[in-house]
Design a protein around this ligand. Structure first.
Ligand code: NDP
Length: 250
């Protein structure tokens, strides 16, 4: 790990679950935007280290920290990282889990696990880094279309994403006078591990279902994060931006 300060005018971006999937694309995109990258991973250390190496190869500093967002001690330890202490300019709450369980088969253990990761984990991270968030910090929360739409095989997931979104919108109203902005991105189908179990027929039917006729890429989400954390969105806060190729239009 090096201790280079971020480039002048830019800052430090913290991305949870930034080592793979959408998080990896966000980490790389925010690095390309000029931000120093502090990404967290839970189980997948190798992909996270590869993302860090690829960012460093471009001349931007990056570091990966192991942090299970459901473990308060690990979250507290993350908050002691020197880059957190120096101040966080961009916080992307991206981590998440989605285990398909039919709504009628959901049990309390599973519900608690999903809420603990997707909702409480995001809250714990924000709470831990809140004291060092910049006055103009930009917070971006990765929700889901299912947080508005619901799902028969993801009632727990949908509920966790709905909670996350309404928490984020509440926070946006609270911190706006300070100059901080909080926005939610609600992706539709995105080509990551979450869809890895799809058969080729299922994938084709998803593509057909999307009006733009393709499954989203992690980069589609990363470019929206880039916009929402940049100056071009300076008058946007408390928004839920649906990035789904027209799949769901609330
Ligand atoms: P992936 O399964 O590829 O990535 C999930 C990420 O979350 C990984 O980086 C993983 O880290 C991290 N994570 C999971 N559990 C924990 C935990 N307890 N503590 C810390 N990190 C954890 O999926 P995506 O990239 O697709 O998902 C990213 C976000 O996008 C999620 O919030 C997801 O709900 C959301 N989303 C995705 C959609 C899609 O179609 N792909 C659609 C709508 C929303 P590690 O691998 O190290 O364990």
């Amino acid at each position: 790990m090096t201790d280079c300060p971020p480039m002048e005018g830019m800052g430090t971006a913290l991305i949870t679950g930034g080592g793979r999937g959408i998080g990896a694309a966000v980490s790389k995109r925010l690095a390309a935007d000029g931000h120093r990258i502090l990404l967290t991973y839970c189980n997948s250390s190798k992909p996270a280290e590869m993302v860090v190496d690829s960012i460093r190869d471009t001349g931007t500093d990056a570091v990966a920290v192991n942090c299970d967002v459901t473990d308060a001690r690990e979250v507290a330890l993350l908050a002691t990282h020197p880059w957190v202490a120096e101040g966080i300019d961009i916080l992307v709450l991206n981590h998440g889990r989605y285990d398909r369980v039919h709504a009628e088969e959901l049990d309390i253990t599973h519900l608690r696990r999903t809420m603990s990761t997707n909702f409480e984990g995001a809250f714990l991270i924000w709470k831990a880094v809140q004291p060092t968030l910049a006055d103009d910090a930009r917070i971006c929360v990765i929700g889901s279309q299912l947080g508005t739409r619901g799902s028969p095989h993801g009632a727990d997931y949908s509920a966790s994403k709905a909670a996350l979104a309404i928490w984020a919108r509440s926070l946006a109203q609270s911190v706006a006078p300070k100059g901080q902005r909080v926005n939610v991105i609600a992706p539709g189908f995105v080509d990551t591990n979450i869809l890895a179990g799809d058969s080729s027929e299922k994938r084709a039917s998803r593509e057909e279902e999307v009006p733009l006729k393709r499954i989203g890429t992690p980069e589609d989400i990363a470019s929206t994060v880039s916009f929402l954390t940049g100056d071009d969105s300076s008058y946007i806060t408390g928004a839920v931006i649906h990035v789904n190729g027209g799949l769901y239009l609330p």
